[in-house]
Design a binder for this molecule. Structure first.
Ligand SMILES: C[S@@+](CC[C@H](N)C(=O)[O-])C[C@H]1O[C@@H](n2cnc3c(N)ncnc32)[C@H](O)[C@@H]1O
Ligand SMILES: [Zn+2]
Length: 316
């Protein structure tokens, strides 16, 4: 995760900005022009910077006491990424893991409390006592309002269910599927079709919600737009990181029905259904998008399902 994501991301629950607790960084050189300059680049691992607009809460007061100010040289945003650590919401007290360079900003009921608490414990030694004491372990909980929770859980667990060693192979070449050129070229054509309707501009931030292997996010990013890909299934984003390397858009493991972005962040929304034959889990997704995108933003229409040739292998 690059520090630039701090300017866009938020707590999925209360939408307050997040403070990084970076435990490990990795070198990750990326051309500077492909993303706007970041305002909250840290001068190395540690706590902060805290967002200037963060509310005066007891937890934010603790974080401010231990945080460093932003680095004077913001070029660091294009030189390193946070590989391991946490993102802390000083408003509601939630904390979210950053693991393998990917932030995970999931609602409580979709998190693996045992795994996330183990991450919290493993990073504890690197934290001042006051910060460590202020972060409560995550309690496992259900959310009765999320009627799609069991579909989401099934989607998130796909890596443990697939036995075919070739299943995830297309993620390394997507949208090009060498086993099915007709499908590859159909995907390219649909991308062009959506772009011709959406007409995004340089100043837009496009949210690619349910991005899978994030090839559409990648193409938007490589076109010069600020793009954020979110997907509930970590394995797809891991493959996206492996495919793209350092020069890639922001990616977040998150639920499209609990978007982890600041209210003013997305100005455009990429239509997941343009590239999917499955309805996205649950029914709250369109309303969540509508609430989260900036007033006047647009979601492009999607082509009809009947126009899509059947893939021969997974093309997520
Ligand atoms: C058929 S794939 C489409 C992937 C991508 N848009 C593309 O064109 O390649 C649908 C994706 O939606 C994701 N997904 C399903 N429910 C989701 C949710 N509630 N929030 C975020 N992503 C979700 C799945 O993990 C999957 O990657
Ligand atoms: Zn919060």
């Amino acid at each position: 995760m690059r520090y630039g994501l701090l300017d866009l991301a938020a707590c999925q629950q209360c939408h307050a900005p997040l403070t990084p607790l970076a435990a490990a960084e990795v070198p990750s050189e990326m051309p500077q022009g492909l993303q706007p300059a970041a305002t909250r680049v840290a001068p190395g691992i540690g706590i902060g910077p805290v967002a200037p607009g963060a509310r005066d809460t007891p937890l934010n007061a603790i974080l401010r006491r231990h945080a460093r100010p932003p680095a004077a040289d913001v070029a660091g945003n294009f030189a390193v990424e946070i590989a391991e650590g946490r993102l802390v919401c000083g408003d509601c007290g939630r904390w979210y893991p950053i693991a393998g360079q990917l932030p995970e900003i999931l609602p409580d009921h979709l998190r693996d409390a045992a795994r996330d608490n183990a991450i919290l414990r493993s990073l504890a030694a690197a934290m001042p006592d006051e910060v460590r004491g202020a972060l409560a372990p995550l309690s496992p909980r259900a959310d009765a309002a999320d009627g799609g929770a069991h579909y989401k859980a099934a989607e998130m667990a796909i890596a443990s269910k697939v036995n075919d060693p070739e299943f995830f192979g297309p993620g390394y070449s997507v949208p090009f599927n060498p086993w099915n050129p007709e499908f590859s070229l159909f995907m390219v054509a649909v991308f062009g079709g959506v772009i011709s309707v959406m007409k995004p501009r340089k100043t837009d931030t496009v949210l690619d919600s349910g991005c899978g292997y994030a090839w559409t996010t990648e193409w938007l990013h490589r076109s010069g737009l600020r793009a954020i890909g979110i997907d509930i299934t970590r394995v797809y984003l891991e493959i996206a990181v492996a495919r793209m390397g350092p020069s890639r858009p922001h990616l977040i493991v998150a639920d499209a029905e609990s978007l982890p972005v600041q209210a003013e962040t997305p100005t455009r929304c990429w239509p997941t259904k343009a590239f999917t034959t499955f309805p996205i889990a649950g029914a709250r997704w369109p309303a969540t998008i509508a609430r989260s995108v900036r007033a006047g933003a647009s979601c492009s229409p999607s082509p009809t399902r009947s126009t899509r040739p059947a893939p021969r292998r997974s093309t997520r």
